[in-house]
Write a protein that binds this ligand. Structure first.
Ligand code: SF4
Length: 121
């Protein structure tokens, strides 16, 4: 039986938790150390399908600043974060950029867009 130790990041208490499969066939998991249901949910998600929001910047031509901040509209699988950064490094926008503009549509086939988080130009 595999298990994983992690610190809950859902609230500032930062409970130290252990999650393990109690019945893998049935997709059931046992979480120890969580003080609430939100922490248990986070632990199971982190164990079965860890995801991350990605925030970064991309290059912009003809703007007063060389780069504009961007983020994924929703979390993406943790294993795709490095490839996401590579994709962002290839992007060069042209000003003006508006907050909420889609910078990359359907990033790496995830169904998640990358959007600009400020106006520029
Ligand atoms: S398990 Fe609950 S109480 Fe503990 S850090 Fe997570 S959200 Fe906070």
């Amino acid at each position: 039986m595999t298990e994983k130790e992690l610190i809950c990041i859902v609230c500032p208490l930062g409970c130290k938790m252990t999650v393990k499969e109690s019945s893998p066939e049935a997709g059931q998991y046992k979480v120890e150390g969580a003080q609430c249901a939100r922490g248990k949910k986070y632990a199971v998600e982190e164990y079965t399908n860890p995801t991350r929001m990605v925030t970064s910047t991309v290059a912009v031509k003809n703007a007063p600043l060389p780069r504009v901040p961007v983020k994924t509209a929703r979390p993406i699988p943790k294993g795709l974060v490095l490839r996401c950064m590579e994709e962002l490094n290839r992007v060069e926008l042209t000003a003006p950029v508006k907050i909420g503009d889609i910078v990359i549509e359907n990033l790496l086939g995830t169904g998640v867009d990358v959007i600009a988080t400020r106006d520029l130009g």
